[in-house]
Design a protein around this ligand. Structure first.
Ligand code: MSP
Length: 502
């Protein structure tokens, strides 16, 4: 299914809690957003790629207290480590939002005023169970489920958002917008959740208990509940509090990328908030699965397990980006192991892609003095490769628009494998002895297919593909057959992906 038919593309990641150093869960979604953003830019769309940090609420407050720092200094320190991870991961985001920024505080207060004026806010005393870990009131059934930690009994006056009022409208919306929640089984999960009566949402915390948040504009004794605050970030960055024209340009977002654990907040709280704000809903909310180690979600405390991010120092960022994008079927969980990383690296990157570069540059060096030969006359095998390569561009666009990133990558690798096989069959090293022109055709064809695969893989591996294109004198070229120039002198190079011996 096409995600979005507009000519622009606004993609977001969740904003990450600054209660800990960044980990694989944060890195994965941000890389995914970066890959999508790069593909969409390359399709000629205007792209706005937003990521950022969730800096309010109890978890962050506790983390700051635990380090003996004031909240803001704690956030500032951790923000720096997120930013440096993004640099290390080659992330090209267009904006970086932090919920302690003025523009965001303005946006949250504007939204609160708006829903209050619309009659969707009331104050009420509530007594119930509260999970400190989850930062929300829980029902008796939830308490008994044993899934919630640090449960306390609370009696408190708070502000509530009339979320229940929008339940039927949300159900109707989901039913009439099949692409809104993806993958489809997550959509069914949300519809299942909505079969129970939806309560109202407690959107405040008394300052006397938890003061680290955005003040409620109509009651200075309260701050805003962290999720109500956080979700609004997607509007803030699109100009909600200060730039109406920007908002018109960018809202609604094309896709909110999230992990499956934050589906309810995004697919239930957020759309009802937008209904109350009289704003359109995002085109797509896409929930991906988790990176698991054994059966456990791979997050902060990894114990003696290898942190995938540590692989960057040894193998470079591109193989890590490649592995994360190729190995996870979007929507499903994936298992991280060092063995599968090395296996993937050796097979796809060293043996297929890297090897193709080594072969063509070696042969062109030996038989053509390092200059790309003329294409000459294409025979049937050359036409086959040319057709696969030319059709690939549309195929990749369709797969990316359908969020089938791992399949897009696999399609490109299939071309690479096809060319490696073609080289073996055609054996230009033998042909060169008797027919140099024909050997030139074989090598032009192989190098041109390599160039096109490098262009198509560049959103996934921006660095190494740039090196390949630089070697071929083809930086910035389009993935169309024939853009490789004959006569170009190939640059000398080292092995791009040296094989890892296990
Ligand atoms: N602050 C909220 C999001 C607010 S968005 C308006 C939050 N932050 S978080 O830092 O705890 O988590 C952010 C994301 O990391 C979630 O989407 C979560 O699914 C993802 N991941 C955490 N561990 C993960 C894996 N092991 N694998 C993949 N992603 C997982 O929730």
């Amino acid at each position: 299914m096409m995600m979005n038919l507009r000519s622009d593309f606004y993609v977001t990641t969740p904003i990450y809690y600054v209660n800990d150093n960044p980990h694989i869960g944060h890195a994965y979604t941000t890389i995914l957003a970066d890959v999508l953003a790069r593909y969409h830019r390359w399709q000629g769309q205007d792209v706005f790629f937003l990521t950022g940090l969730d800096e309010h609420g109890q978890k962050v407050q506790q983390a700051a207290q635990g380090r003996g720092l004031c909240e803001q200094s704690h956030c500032d320190e951790l923000a720096a480590s997120f930013v440096s991870l993004w640099q290390k991961l080659d992330i090209q985001n267009d904006d970086f939002i932090r919920t302690t920024q003025k523009r965001h505080i303005k946006a949250v207060q504007k939204a609160l005023r708006k829903i209050d004026e619309g009659g969707d806010v009331y104050s009420s005393e509530y007594e119930g169970w509260y999970s400190v870990a989850e930062e929300r009131f829980i029902t008796q059934t939830e308490k008994e489920s044993g899934q919630f930690r640090e449960i306390k009994r609370f009696k408190e006056r708070n502000y509530f958002f009339k979320m229940s009022k929008y339940q039927q409208r949300l159900i109707d919306y989901i039913n009439t917008h099949p692409g809104f929640i993806q993958p489809e089984y997550r959509r069914n999960e949300v519809l299942g959740f909505l079969r129970q009566p939806l309560g109202d949402l407690c959107i405040s915390r008394p300052k006397a208990r938890m003061g680290w948040g955005i003040e409620i504009p109509f009651d200075k004794d309260y701050v805003t509940y962290v999720w109500f605050d956080a979700l609004i970030n997607y509007l803030t960055a699109a100009g909600y509090s200060e730039d109406e024209e920007k908002l018109r340009n960018w809202w609604p977002a094309s896709v909110h990328l999230i992990g499956k654990d934050i589906l309810t907040t995004h697919a239930v709280y957020w759309p009802t908030m937008l209904f109350a704000l009289e704003l359109p809903l995002p085109k797509t909310i896409f929930a991906h699965g988790w990176w698991l180690i054994g059966e456990t979600k791979m997050s902060k405390s990894l114990g003696n397990v290898i942190d995938p991010l540590s692989l960057i120092d040894q193998y470079g960022v591109d193989p890590v980006r490649y592995y994360l994008m190729r190995e996870m079927v979007l929507g499903q969980d994936a298992h991280f192991t060092l063995e599968s990383f090395i296996k993937r690296y050796n097979s796809d990157l060293a043996n297929d892609f890297g090897n193709l570069l080594n072969r063509v540059s070696g042969l062109i060096g030996k038989y053509f003095n390092g200059s790309v030969p003329l294409e000459g006359t294409r025979g049937t095998p050359e036409e086959e490769i040319r057709t696969t390569a030319n059709n690939l561009v549309q195929k990749i666009q369709d797969l990316i628009n359908a969020m089938r990133v791992h399949e897009a990558i696999e399609e490109i690798l299939q071309l690479v494998r096809q060319v490696n096989k073609y080289l073996e069959v055609q054996a230009p090293w033998k042909v060169a002895k008797t027919n140099l022109v024909r050997a030139g055709t074989i090598l032009y064809t192989s190098t041109e297919a390599l160039r096109i695969s490098a262009v198509l893989l560049s959103p996934v591996m921006p660095g190494r593909t740039h090196t390949v294109l630089d070697i071929l004198g083809a930086t910035g070229t389009a993935p169309l057959w024939g853009k490789l120039k004959a006569g170009i002198k190939l640059k000398s190079h080292e092995a791009l992906f040296p094989r890892v011996e296990t």
